[in-house]
Design a protein around this ligand. Sequence first.
Ligand code: NAD
Ligand code: WQD
Length: 339
Amino acid sequence: MKSILVTGGAGYIGSHTVVELQAAGYGVVIVDNLENSNPAVLERIENISGIPPVFVKADIRDADALAAVFSQHSIDAVIHFAGLKAVGESVEQPLRYYDNNVHGTMVLCQAMADAGVFKLVFSSSATVYGPDAPVPYEESMPLGQPSSPYGASKAMAERVLADLCVSDSRWAVAALRYFNPIGAHSSGLIGEDPLGIPNNLMPFISRVAVGKLAELSIFGGDYETPDGTCVRDYLHVVDLAVGHCRSLLSLEKPGLHAFNLGTGQGVSVLDMVKAFESVTEQRVPYKIAQRRSGDLPAFWANADKAKHELNWVAGSSLEQMMADTWRWQSGNPDGYGGE
Ligand code: NAD
Ligand code: WQD
């Protein structure tokens, strides 16, 4: 059985990916410092798969801790989710973001090389295309100039990984550029559980519906889009998790390979609210508020490369994403903290 080291495996996308890896027959070792996650997720993963994941509480910037993990486990490849992801916070704390997302990735790669492991799947983001790229985004476009330190940290990490691949042909890296992951596992046992007030649209909507927040502010109603609200490419987190399993198979080819993981469809904020209300029969009070600084009017993926090269599509419907989000949120109104 092949074993995968999953950094950040206790987090939102990581936990869903661990479940899919286990279902596909991989052994999993999670390294997470629990900075943005709850250890209760580990039991939930076991409830779904019947397999307790090996868990090591450690920071990816701790080279000794990583060396110990590689010496104690026979690791075939690494999926690297660990990092910080709040765009606004990154503007206030750029050093913290570059240190975790760029330096952390470098420490991890050094530990991998020392252990003779050269296969890596990296959590990148559509934000690396920068604000000036034409839509839909395609992988052949150059890295742009992301407007936040968070986005810049992802573009920098990709650059580090590309240079690493040039320096040594043993490296094979898949840079997966996620669009907007939403939804939850169909069991309702794991899902997105942001600390405090959510920054992202989907958890904000579901917390309004469950009565934890009074109303949604829609950031801007006067964009040049069909209904004036911003347009994004929302994909189901379980489809995204499956995409990670598929991308592991692509690591036979050396070099850095970038893939957009999205549906290829743009959906507006208002359409998201309407779809949620219609699927869940819950009301989501909202108001049109000021634009949020740094938001782009509209972007979505051209996801053809992942379809052709990874045999992957984000096939879940918007209705499925809404139903799964609501099953998770209504069954766990306090997230993992409700335990
Ligand atoms: P998350 O915060 O839920 O998961 C990240 C996990 O990494 C958390 O469990 C956290 O405790 C852990 N972590 C953070 N820093 C660490 C460190 N130094 N050492 C060890 N563990 C650490 O976030 P997520 O939504 O699951 O995102 C996973 C990855 O995907 C991130 O790298 C994020 O930037 C990227 N990404 C996310 C989205 C999104 O919309 N969720 C979109 C594009 C890219
Ligand atoms: C979606 C839409 C908001 C909240 C960010 C990062 C990106 C990636 C995913 C990690 C936008 C609107 C939101 C609210 C709203 N993360 N909105 N009211 O901004 O597309 O992407 O998360 O890599 O890098 O930039 O996602 O969910 O924050 O917003 O109207 O309370 O919902 O304006 O149009 P975004 P989001």
